[in-house]
Design a protein around this ligand. Structure first.
Ligand SMILES: [Fe+2]
Length: 269
């Protein structure tokens, strides 16, 4: 049986046809978006990769793919809205590219960014600083998958102090990227350092699991957090409203700790 939710917004997908390592054609995108609409997703932000000298998906290319997809969705009567964005692999040219190719999420100051998995480049925080200074709010995609974060998830708090928002992948919570990424994702959640849960859907199979991961958050944490990450913050993003960086008090964090974490803490003290 399908698990049904409503008004879910997926802010990270590779569903624009034929322009990166995501959906290969319009038919694949429509098929996948039908599945998502059936599960209660109303809005999808299309975030194809922008990687200098590799996937240079500029504005024209993305608009062209979005128009083709919109026509097909209308024809098939799929009740889902698509919005234009990008997933920018940060490098020294990023600010210039974001301005020139409008890589921010359509009509907003938010921009989805990523790093190399192996390590944050030496100038990573400097590049983020220049994005923030120029008026953008960066959203860091799936940090739980980066090696440095897997080793020490606590380094993520520093990004929030630098006006960077955090998006984790649904597949991480389900253990699809391994135990370390799974643990890191839950650690970030329990500390209130996550602002969005998204699918990072590459249309490689029909197994759309954002709702499954959302339900797990509802079960392990609470329904407010599940709503915050899949409905409330994504809606604020689309409306270009301000999103709170720190939303958990210290006592809330303490309450979220498991019995064993609390015991361990006592021994460490
Ligand atoms: Fe992605």
């Amino acid at each position: 049986m399908k698990e049904f939710q409503q008004n879910i917004i997926d802010i990270h997908t590779h569903i624009l046809p034929g322009i990166d390592d995501g959906s290969k054609d319009v038919e694949t995108s429509v098929k996948q978006l039908k599945i998502m609409a059936d599960l209660g997703v109303t809005d999808v932000i299309c975030t194809p990769h922008f990687i200098t000298n590799f996937y240079e998906n500029g504005l024209k290319k993305r608009i062209h793919a979005a128009e083709k997809l919109s026509k097909a969705l209308e024809k098939e009567k799929v009740p889902i809205r698509i919005h234009l964005g990008s997933e920018v692999l940060l490098d020294s040219k990023s600010l210039e590219n974001i301005k020139l190719e409008k890589l921010n999420i359509q009509g907003t100051n938010y921009v989805l960014v990523e790093s190399e998995m192996i390590a944050f480049p030496a100038d990573f925080t400097e590049i983020l600083y220049y994005l923030v200074k120029a008026g953008y709010t960066p959203i860091l995609a799936h940090p739980e998958r980066y090696n440095e974060v897997k080793k020490d998830p606590n380094i993520i708090e520093n990004f929030l102090h630098r006006n960077v928002l955090i998006q984790i992948n649904s597949r991480s919570l389900l253990g699809d990227y391994g135990k370390e990424a799974e643990n890191a994702a839950w650690h970030l959640l329990h500390n209130g350092w996550v602002h969005f849960l998204a699918s990072d859907n590459h249309c490689r199979n029909d197994n759309y699991n954002l709702i499954l991961a959302r339900n797990l958050i509802e079960k392990k944490i609470d329904s407010y957090t599940a709503d915050l990450l899949t409905k409330i913050n994504p809606k604020k993003l689309l409306d270009n409203e301000k999103i709170t960086f720190f939303y958990l008090s210290e006592s809330n964090k303490q309450n979220r700790k498991t019995f064993f974490e609390k015991i361990l803490e006592r021994f460490i003290r």
